[in-house]
Structure formats: C-alpha cells, structure tokens
Design a binder for this molecule. Sequence first.
Ligand code: ADP
Length: 540
Amino acid sequence: MRGLMQDRPLALPHVFHRAEQLFGHKPIVTATVDGEVATTVAEWAVRVRRLATALDSLGVPADGRVGTFMWNTASHLELYLAAPCTGRVLHTLNIRLFPEQQVYIANHAEDDVVFVDRSLLPVFTPLRPQLRTVRHVIVIDDGSDCPVPDDAIDYDALLAGAEPFDGRFEIDDENSAAAMCYTSGTTGNPRGVVYSHRSTLLHSLITLAADGLGLSERDVLMPVVPMFHVNAWGLPYAGLLAGSSVVFPGPNMTPKGVLGLLERHRVTVSAGVPTIWLGALPLLKDYDLSAVKRILCGGSAVPRSLSEAYRTAGVPILHAWGMTETSPVATVASSRTWYDALDDDAQADARVRQGQPIPLVELRVVDPVAGGIVPSDDETSGEIQAAGPWIAAQYFRDESGATQFTDDGWFRTGDVATVDRYGCVKIVDRTKDLVKSGGEWISSVQLENAIMSHPKVVEAAVIGVHHERWVERPLACVVVEPGETLTAAELRAHLEPLVARWWLPDAVEFIDEVPKTSVGKFSKRTLREKFAGYEFPATS
Ligand code: ADP
C-alpha cells in the first residue's frame, strides 16, 4: 500500500517563499568596508526576484554555474537563493585559496558568470584571463574604491534594469543540483561536492532542531564562517527557514570587528572556526556579549582550554563536526542527560567531543586494517564512515579516482575517531595527520590540546617527522604568549602527567604563528614542508 500524502519536492523555493511570506519584516544587516547596510527580508526578496530575471537576461544556461567571489553579505544571500531557485547552480568560490587552485576550480566547475565583491577585485582580476568559461563578471559595490574593469557589469544597475520575477519558483526534481563547493584542499587537490535541493533543505531543517543548532525566529544569527565555505555551514538557509534576524560581517573578520558586531546587534547565535574565537579570546572582557547564547564552532577540533574560557566568559561554545562532503553538519556535541552524572572535569571533556550524529546521519567507525567496525569502548580507534541524505555520493567530474566511497556506498571521511557506548564520537586525528610511531598511532590533536592547555601557549601544532628508528616521531610547533618565555623542558614537564610517555614530542620548535589554511585551520601541510628533512636531537 502506498502512503497517501502529497509528494512535494524538498527544494529551496520553499525557503525563499516562506521567508518572503512570513518574515518580510525581519532585518538583515551587512557590515561593509565603510559602515553597515541594513535591509529587510522583504527588500531582499524583491532583489532575489530581480536577480532571477537578470540571470535570464545574462543568458545563464538552465543549469549554469553561478560563481560567487564574495564576503558574507546580504547580496551573497540574494545569490544563494536566486541561483538555485531558477535551476542554476550556486558555486561559491573560496577567496583565500592559491590563485592556481581558484583558476582550476572555476574552470573545472565551468562557471558561466562570476559575481565579485568590489573589494575583492584585486584578488579576482588577475585570475580573469585564465577563466575559460566565464562570460560575465558582475561587481557588487561594497564601498571599496578598488578599480573596476571596463567590461564588468554593475550589480545594482543589473538589478535595477531587471523586472522582479512575479511567479512562484518551482523546482520539480528535488535531486537536481542547487549548489557546489570544492574542498579546501587541506589534504590534496580540491574536489567538487554538489549539493542537491533535497540535501540542502533537509540539512537546513535538521540544523534547526533543538539538539542541532536550535535556531529559532527569536535568534539573531551571525555566520562568521565564510559563505564560500560549505555554504557557511548551511546557516544562511537555516536562518531564513527559521525566520531569524541575520547579521553578516562582510569583510570585517578581525576579532574587534566580529566582537563589535556581536555586541552592537545583540547577536544570539554565531558560528566560526576555532581560530576566529581564539583570536577574539583576549578581547572578550571588553565587550557586552550578554545576548550570545551559543557559538557554533567546528572545522577543526576545539581545544578544551578555548571551550572552557568561553564558557567561563558566559559565551558557551557548541562543538560540531563535519566536512565539505557532509554539507557539513554531521555531529553536534549537544548536552546529553548522561553528562549530568559526570564531574566538572569529565563534563568539560564531553563538551569538546565531536558529539552524536544528528538525525538522518549514520556513522560507523571502521578498523583501517581489519575492516570491521571497532568496539564502542572509546579506546579503539578507526576511520569514520558516513551515510545519509546530505552526505556526498561522489565527486563532480572526478578524474582522481577517489577512493573515498566504499562499495556499499558509505563515505570514508579520513577522520580517525573513537566512539563511546552512546555513539558519541571523539575525533583523534585525520588519517594523514596521525603520527605513526613504531607501528602505533599518536593523536596530533590530543597532543596539541595538551600543549595548548599550558597557560603560556597561544597555539600549537604537532606534526610527524621522519625518524630513523620509529618511522615518525612528533615535533611540536609552539607559539608562546607575547612577552613570555617557555623552554622545551618546561613544556615537557607540563605534558608528562597529561599524555603517555611515548607521546612526548621529541622536539619543540618555537614559531611566531601556526600557518593557516584558506579557511583558518592549522595548515599542517605547510608545517610539514617547512620542517621537511628535520633532524631530531641525537638523544631521541
Ligand atoms: P578540508 O578537507 O579541505 O580541510 P573541510 O572544511 O571539508 O575541508 O574539512 C573537514 C575536516 O575538518 C574534517 O574531515 C576534519 O578532519 C576537520 N574537522 C571539522 N570539524 C572538526 C571538529 N569539530 N573536530 C575536529 N576536526 C574537525
């Protein structure tokens, strides 16, 4: 017997029309190069309708890729809906990648047009001659005075000249592509992940759940995580669905800029990678953040010291894990009933676990050698594999012969984790970043956390370096608080009670800053290059 319910596509037009009909009065604020611009969802919706017609007049094909090279702004949110609601595919280009990667990605995706924030033209214009498929460049005037190429189209003029589309957007096939994003290439060449309408809608919906991000109409949302990075973790769509007020930080990503916006707009929910919040930590006390209910933090492990410092400041961090291929939210470390029985120390540890999978995501942790599922004893580690309606099934035009998909259709994340009896995940490392010492694994992430718990340490990254006897041994790259001194022996003394003896780094290099990737994660690749051929002191 068949169910007798309406078969309506799970597609992004619902998000647009819902926001337009119910939340027209809600504000959207964007920080710009020289101030702030306030608009409403109603005004935004008219611009989305104009943009829909404008994409037609530009001749963007039915499933043409609409590239964006933009900050987090209300205009970017216009493209977030106008492109997919008209059947095109939003393609957010990462403004911080190396130029050759940006060119590779835009050509691989075959972007038809690219929308560029004026302040980003100095980065974009040099790429332009190499972009083989881009027919038009449309420039959004964001208050900067960067020179605009003669053949560029002005965004506001384009919208002013376009009649607002006056119907209801329709997407018949919920499995058609809505957006695409390339992996940022921390571990190899960028690969294209193509989100469908269905995956995007389901993912947005679940992030609204109380044990997800719990976003509501009463929230003031500020995604600091870039809109070019996995759709800002899906938050722009989630915010529209919920009817939250939204604040976009634009190019203003400095700690002062971010904290100022949180304070001024009484932001209740924000989100970004740990680096952002680490940078803002010393300034927290100077701002009134009493409205902030939680900060979603992920993209790399949240150090316990960071989590506790924010908690003490009354701005709790909610830890989540995922990746470009998982849309990205796969687990959220929401508070659980069984935490109530734990002492304070164990609760602090629990908060920096990656958490349980959110509904509709299934995870299994697989022994990389034997292949079976590891026991849920929180000791045995293995690779996390993921399945679910917003997990990638394959890469876009993949020539690399990626081995990330198992024969039974699960996605191999490359992340190594243990899992406890509640199915709550703790990432111990990435397969590539584990230090493989004498046939055993040392978790670089856990070692970094232990190092970063030293009060004089600002940040630290651990890499495996070739070792004659042990194959690899850990090298700690440590940044010390300005004006402080720390010796390798002092650090070792700090670590001794915290980690197994054979985990202790064989050497410590004091550096000025841990190099970061385009999205603000520790770039271990850069460190590995920097310390290639490193010789450990003779005693190790
Ligand atoms: P890239 O793979 O290019 O770094 P992603 O942004 O997709 O780009 O990165 C996903 C990876 O980031 C995950 O596979 C994982 O290793 C890491 N990561 C994401 N969130 C967390 C987290 N909460 N804790 C630890 N690692 C995380």
